[in-house]
Write a protein that binds this ligand. Sequence first.
Ligand SMILES: Cc1ncc(COP(=O)(O)O)c(C=O)c1O
Length: 425
Amino acid sequence: MTTNRRNFIKSASALAALSLSEIDLMAATQQIKTEGKGVSPEDENYWNNVRQLFPLTKDWAYLNNGTMGPSPYPVIEATKKWMLDGDQFGNYGGWESTATKLAAFVGANEDEIALTHNVTDGINIACWGIPIKKGEEVILTTHEHVGNAFPWLCRERLDGIVVRAYTPGNTAEETLERIKALITNKTRAIATPHIPCTQGQIFPIKEICTLAREREIFSIIDGAHGPGMLSINLHDMGCDTYASCCHKWMLGPKGTGFLYVRKDFQETLQTYFVGGGSDNGKWNMASVPISTGDYAKSAHRYYGGTQALGLYKGVDAAIDFIETIGMTNIHNRIKHLGAYVQDGLLAIGDKIELITPTEDRSRCAVNGFRIKGVEYTKFYSLCAENKIRIRSVAENGLNSLRVSTHIYNNKAEIDKLLVLVKSVV
Ligand SMILES: Cc1ncc(COP(=O)(O)O)c(C=O)c1O
């Protein structure tokens, strides 16, 4: 064991939680630097070093990244530092640079990124801003999170649009066919998740966006689970909008997110929630006649006002953290653990009803399942009693369970869950 590592572990356990000295943090971060090289998803020593950088308690097996991604120390420290900086010196602003960093991370231009506070903000901006009339249709899934379902359902109630839903297929091909079957001459938007929250299936999103473009339909994507789980290139994907957050797979501060709006789509997507930064500086209440000004010539038109600098600096640190390990290495490890969960569940036998596809391109970090003859709420409570945090999925009558794993997890935690499943079948 190196001196750096010994010092780091000593201080991590001594402080138990939130604060590491800068030196320890640098040493621990240094240890996980890959400098662009590949790391095996099965190199448990390496991934254990990564785990040391998270204050996440070891008393619980946290298998619920799909709800919230616990941040590592560098993110927490950057957030604290920049919050303190603002409060100490009275500096104001500085969050716009995070849009630039996010843009590079997801394959977009900086003028296509609006900062938001969560996925819900981004979905609402897109849902209420697209031109769509009474009687025209939008396609969603039967696997929606409330954050994607409810805005569209409210627009149905208020504006008379028609919401239609497909059930994901077992393969990417089947899913595409189901979407095609729902398209009519009234379809104006496909507002699908990239990855539904219920069972984590990876949809063939590029094909969906291409299909939408070919039929002159808007592609309004709920990207809650994309960035940080998969390498994302939004220009290549070809969507019109993509709403995401930094507090799930990116492991950033809670209450941070972004909305991508394709440059050419910004004149089509109306903005309603405007203020400081979403204008072009040309309005003037004292001129005669009053000058209205115009929207900012970028996605900044979709947000305005004061933001939490500390939180967005935490997002910068989250992207740095991901890049220290490498997005491909992270994806490979996540996918490896997801397959370990899936294979482990399937090996238990026919009492397990897996609801995530086994097709390689359709699966990654999240698995949904039911246990025949066992009420999902009962098993969820049993997990909590045994200090295993998973998610129960009551939405859309799915009545199932969801396990989601990230880079801080290990196989022992997954085994703990699998042993518990075996004990009830
Ligand atoms: C698929 C999906 N969409 C939307 C949301 C809403 O996200 P947020 O809480 O960041 O608004 C979630 C949250 O879990 C989700 O899983």
